[in-house]
Design a binder for this molecule. Sequence first.
Ligand SMILES: [Ca+2]
Length: 411
Amino acid sequence: MRNLFKIAAIAILLISCGKNNNSNDSKVVIKGRISTSAIVNSSKLKSANSLSLSDTRKILVFNSSGGYSVFNVNDSSFAASAASGTAIAISFLDADNKFIGCLHAGGLNVLPLVSLKNGDNTVIDLSTLTLDDTNVIPVNNPFGNQIGLRADEIEWYKELGTFYESLSKNIDADNDGIPDILENKYIFIGTQYIVNGGKWGINDTLLPQLHDTSSFNIIYHIRISGGKALIPSSSKIGLSGPEDDPYTDILQGYYTTGPDCFISFFARHSDNGEISLPFKKGIYTLTLDGKNYTLNYSNVCPKHFLIMPEPTIHTNSNNEIISVSIDYRLSDNSSVTAENFVYLVQMYLKDEKMNMLYNVGSLYENPEANPKTEKFNFNLPKPIQLSELYELDMNYQDLLGNEYDIVWKNE
Ligand SMILES: [Ca+2]
């Protein structure tokens, strides 16, 4: 069991989740107008807590790392903004920060600010918005217009965007009516996937060789992060569920804290202890310092959606590694536009004793703080003998807050 968490532990050397940013990068503007017209058929116009959309006074824009911004509504209109290259959720709040609903455009509760028509200068005008249950529906669907994602790319977001799908339930896990993120009390639940990818490529002579994906052994962990107001007094925290048929084999793994958050992993292990099993969809209970929080979780088989960062090592005439380039592909070998899905990348080079030869990048940063991190080419500051390299880990976080640790070797 201990080994299962080793990779997770190593992946968290650098952690700075949840920081609010003051990035000077130009930002994408998202505009909209709250419908104030009286509609006779109002049975679906009320949100769960009996507020209507016309009660909206603030727009909360946030991402899966805990970064957020609040914008005021003036004369029923708003202009929010967020950095390109991130994926955001937009919630509508009343004057007391009570949750009314969240943006639901093109079948998604998430707005990936990628493949933008006008790059950083893109303006997304949602036009008039109406409320259906807790979904805030825009007249203008930005997908296919300002956001040029293809249908298959949107499908990927639908499959893996579980955090955002259950947003309206998880946004207030302590049920006090206020979005937890505003009080540094947010809790995010996602999945960490660990996969043995295959054999790395070398120069122009050897292409990376992906293992047979039909026999992939995927290690699954639930990854939970929480805001600093919730950092528990003890690193021992509990997860149980799902409520209708709870597991008896959930174990807490690695736990760490950053300046603004804590992160912990949970696993279920097979009888031989080698493989960590997936968690089924349902309602889980997280216990922090004796207090319970209700979290909606769902998980899909990622085989068809897993993006593999395939590394090729480049050497000099002394057979020393000077750089590593990454080619992102789906498991069927088709190529993907990595920046539409991947926002933070971390690479580790290790020797046979798992000593670190070189590492670069970090996960769990607020994507707003540094949305344009290197994803494709990593030049080593100092060459490393190729013969010393035993394992190369390519870890990344997707724009939805899931984590993937892909292990490569020369075998
Ligand atoms: Ca709350």
